[in-house]
Design a binder for this molecule. Structure first.
Ligand SMILES: [Zn+2]
Length: 345
């Protein structure tokens, strides 16, 4: 993606009265790019906030952040009684109740007030936003990709987990969206695909959007690792654009490739029929490999006996899929497998 532009900032602070305190909600708008909204619910996660601003200066978009004196938990009083909650546990009623109980004091009036605050934050996110991303920072070893893998205590919350041995386990993505999951996996970053129908309701933003089946990504990096988190955010911020609604998305790789510039719209044929489209193509000069996502029309199920071929030279490339009837046939697992495309120069 192009990162040459620098967008100017318009900053607005809203004050929300919560019990006896005024909470600042700051909206940073870098020109108008309604497609991108970043959320920073935890005011103590300084790296995440800095990285969000640095990226939005290049891409445009909005950052919504809570001003809370650099504290994670929000505190307020009703009639002298103190309540505390986690602002990333307030997007469902169950989450609010659990968070209040966890931090020592609960009342129905407090739940109502927090629920109002959550609605206020959500009202700043346009329903047309294609891409809601939250940035978080964690401390080494406390919350990691392993929390969701087959040994972790949130294993049931995940539909698929990709762990890359070259990455720090504290740096990972969590997403509600299979398209993002595969894109991030293609870039070999640790990533969890949330199981939206069964994930435990803790009131976090990922649960809120998961219940709505809306696209959402968490970018988790260790405190202080701004370079790493910046790279991660740049990957999450630009999802591939689907061409067809009735299609299934797969990851592909073209080993021993050349830089196939602008291959991102290539049509995929089966015989004379178009059965899909290449959505994205990134080239890794280190591995001489092109990788990305392609989509195949739902009516053409892909099986393990399908072979992909790319022929010709840019801009006259042709991609086709053939079936080898002599081979075993089982469905391709789009969340785990990567299609290898044979390139004939
Ligand atoms: Zn956080």
């Amino acid at each position: 993606m192009k990162v040459t532009a620098t967008y100017t900032l318009k900053q607005t602070e809203f004050i929300y009265r919560l019990g006896d305190v005024d909470i600042g909600v700051v909206v940073y708008k870098y020109n108008n790019n309604p497609g991108i909204v970043l959320v920073g619910p935890h005011d103590d996660e300084v790296t995440a906030i800095e990285v969000s601003k640095a990226v939005l200066r290049k891409t445009g978009g909005t950052l919504i952040k809570i001003n809370n004196n650099r504290q994670r938990l929000v505190s307020f009083r009703i009639h002298g009684s103190l309540f505390q909650f986690d602002p990333n546990r307030m997007f469902t009623r169950q989450g609010i109740i659990m968070s209040l109980n966890k931090y020592g004091n609960y009342s129905p009036a407090a739940v109502t007030k927090i629920s109002g605050f959550a609605s206020f934050i959500l009202s700043k996110i346009s329903p047309n936003t294609r891409n809601v991303i939250a940035l978080h920072n964690n401390h080494k070893g406390q919350y990691s990709i392993e929390t969701y893998d087959n040994k972790g205590n949130l294993y049931r919350d995940s539909r698929a987990v990709y762990t890359d041995s070259t990455r720090d386990k504290d740096d990972f993505f969590l997403t509600t969206d299979e398209v993002f999951y595969n894109k991030i996996r293609g870039y070999r970053y640790n990533v969890i695909l949330q199981n939206n129908s069964v994930a435990f309701d803790d009131g976090s933003l990922s649960i809120y959007y998961g219940k709505k089946n809306k696209s959402y990504v968490n970018v988790e990096a260790e405190h202080g690792k701004s370079d790493e988190q910046l790279k991660m955010l740049m990957i999450a911020i630009n999802p591939p654009k689907r061409k067809s609604k009735n299609s299934v998305l797969y990851n592909y790789v073209i080993p021993d490739s050349v830089d196939l510039k602008n291959a991102g719209n290539l049509k995929i044929y089966f015989g004379e029929k178009q059965v899909g489209t290449l959505l994205s193509a990134s080239y890794s000069p280190v591995f001489h490999t092109t990788f990305g996502q392609l989509e195949i029309e739902t009516i053409y199920t892909l099986y393990s006996n399908s072979d992909f071929f790319l022929t010709g030279k840019p801009p006259n490339l042709k991609m086709e899929v053939r079936i080898d009837p002599t081979r075993d046939k089982k469905p391709v697992d789009r969340l785990k497998e990567t299609i290898r495309v044979n390139f004939r120069k």
